[in-house]
Design a protein around this ligand. Structure first.
Ligand code: BYC
Length: 327
């Protein structure tokens, strides 16, 4: 199915239809699954929504790592709920992508063989409990910054899935900040753990927004189609501007000597992340890429019997229905 789509994308779309389609987007109309759409639009959405879904699913791994070691029962139930929410987000997003003619199985295979990506951030390890705070505060904080505007994206099923996801991400961000507050109010050692988590997560969190605008391949077309509502740098700047006062409130230092308020621009100046590191991570060479894919491959292999059983059950039901109809 996906291969067919790529093939048909090579055929030129009718300019008249393209213009009508763009006019609908410009007028703020939502595009729905059965509407005509250019193949490039469909393919870009599958790539972005699929990558987003995979990020939610792979994103469970670094946090799942801490469920059994959460310091209190309350922290454990909160973390468990957060990780479950992420599984739910992955499912809504896979469903949204499926409305575009790709199956969840195909997307999973593309994740496992490297044809589809997931967010770079999940290729970093979570070494201490403070990382659960930093992930909630910074990673979910960055995710919300990116996803709130996507509630207005042009593709109906994607926009609608974002509404619920954003509500849940806000809770995640708050619970992460709450963990950080507890850590900074704790012992000196706990405060050091919180600072260490911020030191390690800061630049990877900035990378979540994607490469700088000059290196972004897809931004201009995706923004014209309202698949993206802002550029990568716009959202990164917004994140820095909102997060710096939160770090001050926590009494923590963002690990960037160049982070300074700029009166002229009305924004913080900051150091860009190491883009070589980013491109290495998305090529598969980050600290945890191999572990993450291995864990997903294992889950896929071990779930094969469930998928087979469900197919056999559906087949049996179809057979029983056909027999009933024949009698
Ligand atoms: N990681 O042209 P560009 C979350 C790739 S997690 C990996 O700017 P685009 C959460 C990009 O795919 C957040 N790859 O791309 C879950 C492209 O390569 P391909 C997930 C990245 O798509 C659990 C190339 O770099 N959120 O929510 O216009 C717990 C050039 O980039 C990354 C979403 O997915 C990256 N960070 O813009 C907590 C939101 N950045 O595909 C939280 C929806 C770029 O040509 N997605 N690349 O091989 C988006 O908004 C956009 O896809 C991005 C990238 C801003 C991420």
């Amino acid at each position: 199915m996906y291969a067919q789509m790529i093939k048909s994308e090579a055929t030129e779309d009718d300019p008249q239809r393209l213009a009508e389609f763009q006019a609908r987007i410009d007028a703020g109309e939502k595009i729905e699954p059965k509407d005509w759409m250019p193949e490039g639009y469909r393919k870009t959405l599958i790539r972005q929504i699929g990558q987003h879904a995979h990020s939610e699913i792979v994103g469970q791994l670094p946090e799942g790592n801490w469920i059994t070691r959460a310091p209190t029962l309350e922290r454990k139930t909160n973390l468990l709920a957060k990780v479950q929410d992420e599984a739910g987000h992955g499912l809504y997003l896979y469903c949204a992508a499926e409305t575009l003619g790709v199956s969840r199985d195909e997307m999973t295979e593309m994740l496992l063989d490297g044809r589809m990506k997931y967010s770079s951030i999940f290729n970093y390890p979570t070494l201490t409990w403070a990382d659960m705070g930093a992930v909630g505060w910074l990673v979910d904080g960055a995710a919300i910054m990116n996803q709130v505007p996507l509630q207005r994206t042009s593709y109906g099923p994607y926009a609608r899935s974002m509404v619920r996801i954003c509500k849940e991400e806000s809770f995640h961000q708050r619970q992460g900040f709450h963990i950080m507050m507890a850590m900074v109010k704790g012992t000196e050692a706990q405060k050091r753990m919180a600072q260490d988590a911020l030191n390690r997560m800061w630049f990877p969190a900035l990378m979540m927004f994607g490469p700088s605008d000059k290196d972004s391949v897809h931004s201009s077309q995706s923004m014209a189609w309202k698949i993206k509502m802002n550029t990568n740098d716009e959202l990164r700047q917004k994140f820095v501007d909102e997060t710096k006062p939160q770090a001050d409130y926590l009494g923590l230092t963002i690990p960037d000597e160049n982070l300074k308020w700029n009166e002229e621009t009305g924004h913080y100046d900051y150091t860009e992340p190491d883009w070589n590191e980013f491109f290495e991570v998305i090529k598969g060479n980050g600290p945890c890429n191999a572990d993450r894919i291995e864990a997903r491959q294992k889950a896929w292999n071990e779930g094969a019997w469930v998928r087979d059983a469900m197919m056999a059950h559906a087949e049996k039901k179809r057979g029983a229905k056909a027999n009933g109809a024949a009698q």
